[in-house]
Write a protein that binds this ligand. Structure first.
Ligand code: HEM
Ligand code: NAG
Ligand code: NAG
Ligand code: NAG
Ligand code: NAG
Ligand code: NAG
Ligand code: NAG
Ligand code: NAG
Length: 367
C-alpha cells in the first residue's frame, strides 16, 4: 500500500523501496528446501557429490549403507542439520558419542566429499546437504531409485548426546513405540515406518545388536528369539560367537549390496535381522506393507514409496535461509568471527541493507 502510494508520487522512491526490499530476507514462507538450491551458487555440486561417492563406494562398497544410516540418525535427532557430525567438546558430549550411536560409521566419507565441494565452490555447500546428497547417492549406487532431493539445508550448532535416546527407537522398541515416535516427533506415518525400514536392504549390524536374539533370549540359557527363523539363527550363531560385539553381519545376506525389495521377503519369512525388522509383522499397517512387497513382482512400488518417505525424512528440521551456517569443518561449528557464521552472516546483511538505504537516500536528496 505504502509502496504503491509512494510509486504514484515518485517512481524513484518506489525504486528505492523495491531495492531495499530485495536486500531484505525473504519471508519465512519462502524458507524451505528446494530442488537445485545450488543451481546458481554451485551448479556442479550434485555432480561433485556423485563422482566422489561413486569412487568411494567402488573402493569400499559397505560405505553405501554406512552413509545412508548416518543420514537417518542425523535427521531423527534435531533434524537434518549435520548435528551427528559434530565432535564432542570439553563441555559437551555430542550425539556421535551417545551409546545408541556407537555403531554409526561413515563420517570420513562426508569429510572427503565436503573437501571436493569446497575445492569447487568454497564455503557454499553445507555439511547437512553434503550428507543428504551422499545418502541419496548411496541408494542410486546400489541399484536403487534415483531420488531428486531438495537442498538448501544449513548446518546447526547443537549436538547433545542426551537428545539421542529421546528421539530414537531403542533396540528393544515395540512396533507401537516406533510408530508413535515417528508420528509424534517426525509427523511420519506407519507406512513411512514400513517403507523406510526397507533401507535395511543394504548395510550391516554389529553382533552386539544381533546377539540378544541368538543367546539367552528372555534370560533362558540356550534360548533364541522365536520370531527369528531357526535355521537363520544357526547361521547367525556361526557369525556372532558369544561375547563377540564387534563383527558386522549383513542385514540382507542374499543381496547385501543391492537396494531392492528383498528385505520384505526376508522379514515375511522371519529372516529380518533386527528385532525391529521382525516387529513390522506385529502391526496391521506395517505387516500389510511387508506382505505386499514380499511377493511383489518388481521393486517399482517400493522405489516410489521409498522416494516419497525419504524426501519427507530429509526435510525434518531443515535449517534454511539465515538459520544455521555453512560449516567450514563438518565436525566443528564455525569460529564466531568467520564469514559464514550465524552472527557474521546476519551483521553482513544488516550492514549491506543499511549501506544501500543510505546510498539510495543520498541519490534521492541530490536529485
Ligand atoms: C524404523 C526405525 C529404525 C530402526 C529401529 C533402525 C535400527 C537400526 C539398527 C539397530 C541398525 C544396526 C546398527 C548396528 O548394529 O550398529 C541399523 C542399521 C542400518 N540402518 Fe536402520 N533403523 C531404522 C530406520 C532406518 C532408516 C530410516 C534408514 C535410512 C533411510 C536406516 C538405514 C540403516 C542402514 C543402511 C543400516 C546399516 C548401517 C551400516 O552398514 O553401518 N535405518 N538400523
Ligand atoms: C534448478 O534447476 C533444475 C533443473 O533445471 C530445476 O528443476 C530446479 O527447479 C532449479 N532450482 C532452482 C532453485 O532454481
Ligand atoms: C563451552 O565452553 C566454551 C569455552 O569456555 C564456551 O565459550 C561455550 O559457550 C561453552 N559451551 C556450552 C554449550 O556451554
Ligand atoms: C504432517 O504431514 C502431513 C502429510 O503427511 C501434512 O499434510 C501436515 O501438514 C504435516 N503436519 C505438520 C505439523 O507438519
Ligand atoms: C548355558 O548352557 C551351556 C551348555 O548347556 C553351559 O556350558 C553354560 O555354562 C550355560 N551358561 C549359563 C550362563 O548358565
Ligand atoms: C532348516 O534346516 C533343516 C535341517 O538342516 C532343513 O531340513 C529345513 O528344510 C530347513 N528349513 C528351512 C525353512 O530352510
Ligand atoms: C506370497 O505368495 C505365496 C504364494 O501365493 C503365499 O503362499 C504367501 O503367503 C505370500 N506371502 C505373503 C507374505 O503374502
Ligand atoms: C545456534 O543456532 C541458533 C539457531 O540458528 C542461533 O539462534 C544461535 O545464535 C546459534 N548459536 C551460536 C553460538 O552460534
Amino acid at each position: 500500500m505504502a509502496a504503491a502510494a509512494a510509486a504514484a508520487r515518485s517512481p524513484l522512491l518506489f525504486l528505492m523501496v523495491m531495492l531495499i526490499a530485495a536486500m531484505m530476507p525473504p519471508p519465512a514462507a519462502e524458507a524451505h528446501v528446494q530442488i537445485g538450491a545450488y543451481n546458481k551458487t554451485c551448479p556442479q555440486a550434485e555432480e561433485v557429490v556423485l563422482k566422489e561417492m561413486t569412487a568411494i563406494v567402488a573402493k569400499s562398497p559397505e560405505l553405501a549403507g554406512a552413509v545412508l544410516r548416518l543420514f537417518s540418525v542425523d535427521c531423527f535427532v534435531g533434524g537434518c542439520e549435520a548435528s551427528i557430525l559434530l565432535d564432542s567438546t570439553a563441555n559437551n558430549t555430542a550425539e556421535k558419542d551417545a551409546p545408541l550411536n556407537r555403531g554409526v560409521r561413515g563420517y570420513e566419507v562426508v569429510d572427503a566429499i565436503k573437501a571436493k565441494l569446497d575445492a569447487a565452490c568454497p564455503g557454499v555447500v553445507s555439511c547437512a546437504d553434503t550428507l543428504a546428497l551422499a545418502a541419496r547417492d548411496s541408494i542410486r549406487l546400489t541399484k536403487g531409485p534415483f531420488i531428486p532431493l531438495p537442498t538448501g539445508r544449513r548446518d546447526g550448532n547443537r549436538s547433545v548426546a542426551a537428545d539421542v535416546a529421546l528421539n530414537s527407537p531403542p533396540p528393544g522398541a515395540t512396533i507401537a513405540d516406533i510408530i508413535a515416535l515417528f508420528a509424534n516427533k517426525f509427523n511420519l506415518t506407519a507406512k513411512d515406518v514400513a517403507v523406510l525400514s526397507g533401507a535395511h536392504t543394504i548395510g550391516k549390524a554389529r553382533c552386539s545388536t544381533v546377539s540378544p536374539r541368538l543367546y539367552n533370549f528372555g534370560g533362558q540359557n540356550g534360548s533364541s528369539d522365536p520370531t527369528l527363523d531357526a535355521n537363520y539363527t544357526d547361521i547367525l550363531r556361526g557369525q556372532c560367537k558369544p561375547g563377540d560385539i564387534a563383527t558386522l553381519v549383513d542385514l540382507d545376506p542374499t543381496t547385501p549390496a543391492v537396494f531392492d525389495a528383498d528385505y520384505y521377503t526376508l522379514v515375511a519369512g522371519k529372516r529380518g535381522l533386527l528385532s525391529t525388522d521382525a516387529a513390522l509383522l506385529l502391526d496391521p499397517t506395517t505387516s500389510a506393507y511387508v506382505a505386499g512387497q514380499a511377493n511383489a513382482t518388481s521393486s517399482d512400488q517400493f522405489f516410489a514409496d521409498f522416494a516419497t518417505s525419504f524426501v519427507a525424512m530429509s526435510k525434518l528440521g531443515a535449517l534454511t535461509h539465515h538459520k544455521g551456517e555453512i560449516r567450514q569443518v563438518c565436525s566443528k561449528v564455525n569460529p564466531p568471527s568467520s564469514p559464514s557464521s550465524n552472527a557474521a552472516a546476519r551483521s553482513y546483511h544488516l550492514t549491506a541493507t543499511a549501506g544501500l538505504a543510505i546510498a539510495t537516500l543520498a541519490v534521492a536528496l541530490v536529485l
